[in-house]
Design a protein around this ligand. Sequence first.
Ligand SMILES: Cc1cc2nc3c(=O)[nH]c(=O)nc-3n(C[C@H](O)[C@H](O)[C@H](O)COP(=O)(O)OP(=O)(O)OC[C@H]3O[C@@H](n4cnc5c(N)ncnc54)[C@H](O)[C@@H]3O)c2cc1C
Ligand code: FES
Length: 345
Amino acid sequence: MNFKVRIASVDRTIDVPTGATILETALDAGISYPFGCQSGNCGACKSHLVRGEVTMEGYSEFALSDEEKGRGLILACRAVPWDDCEVAWLEEDDLIVHPRRVLDCRVVGLDDATHDIKRVRLAIESGGPFDFSAGQFASVTFDGCPPRDYSMANVPGDPTLEFHVRRTAGGATSRHVAEKLSLGDSVRVEGPFGASYLRETHRGPIIAVAGGSGLAPIKAIVERALQKSLPQHIYCYFGVRTERDLYLHDHFSALAASHKNLHFIPVLSEGDGMSRRCGLVHEAVAADFDEVDGCKAYLAGPPVMVEAATRLFEQRGMRRSDIHADAFYTAAEMAAANRKTGAER
Ligand SMILES: Cc1cc2nc3c(=O)[nH]c(=O)nc-3n(C[C@H](O)[C@H](O)[C@H](O)COP(=O)(O)OP(=O)(O)OC[C@H]3O[C@@H](n4cnc5c(N)ncnc54)[C@H](O)[C@@H]3O)c2cc1C
Ligand code: FES
């Protein structure tokens, strides 16, 4: 049995088979529906349920809050219709949907950013052009490894793609990158995905908060904002554990020296308090900002940091639509979150 689902954003009606999600059926029908993780964790496919009824499979509270659910919002990647429906994806003034590509790439650069983060540069050999917005991520498959999500650290249009891969204890792909990846290896990149990208028409202050390898998408966002000569102040907080976890410090310091509107603030959670700011990075932001009116926040890195910073901005009165976040959940964490929320509903 099929249900008719009208997608108002493109004025198309699709037949969604029983048990299928709206997003997967829409993508199969060639509709450029905005999406990211396809697992209920990023919020990129958030949509209005205009009419009809759906069952929501498990998703994270981070992707769709109870308040948003109460307002009739759904995640198309988790929404299984059990009635004819009408949906519309969230209309943002600057919603951008890039064509999804599958690229064959080759490793042309590989160096240690820190003791546990590799900086990987890839040349695109076929499948391009690869258009994306600064801050988006891709699904990257290194030879013999399961695909994993990594954020582009370069600005769109660069001839090579740059990724920062932090080694995760017990992790399959990041271990391969740390120990085995070599120059010349082939890599498959699929994307772009994600909705946490720089809103280039916004003119209020930008508060960017990175934790560890979360600096990758934040680097792309900051560099893109400077490249586009955005006039507003950009506050870039970089939270790491100790001095040896800091990277690209000289690069950001040089950018800040040459751009008066950029402020680069490293914060060490286990620092000695002598030379740098110490504490948790979201606490540093909290100490600096009473007011976040008109600001946009871009957050990337460990889920615990992203969630703490999201809570902080919400407490300060920032609208959820002004908080753009990528929490670096592992595949196992995503599956666990899905099981948890699925069981509760
Ligand atoms: C949108 C997004 C963007 C991201 N961008 C980046 C980025 O730019 N840079 C970056 O470094 N990372 C990024 N990540 C994280 C990245 O995708 C990977 O999750 C990370 O590199 C770990 O992958 P892995 O294969 O090494 O580890 P995995 O093999 O996935 O293992 C991760 C952890 O889970 C444990 N584990 C594995 N299987 C199970 C199981 N069945 N049950 C319980 N525990 C299990 C492992 O022991 C390990 O501790 C991003 C994630 C997301 C969602
Ligand atoms: S694509 Fe639906 S929540 Fe990420």
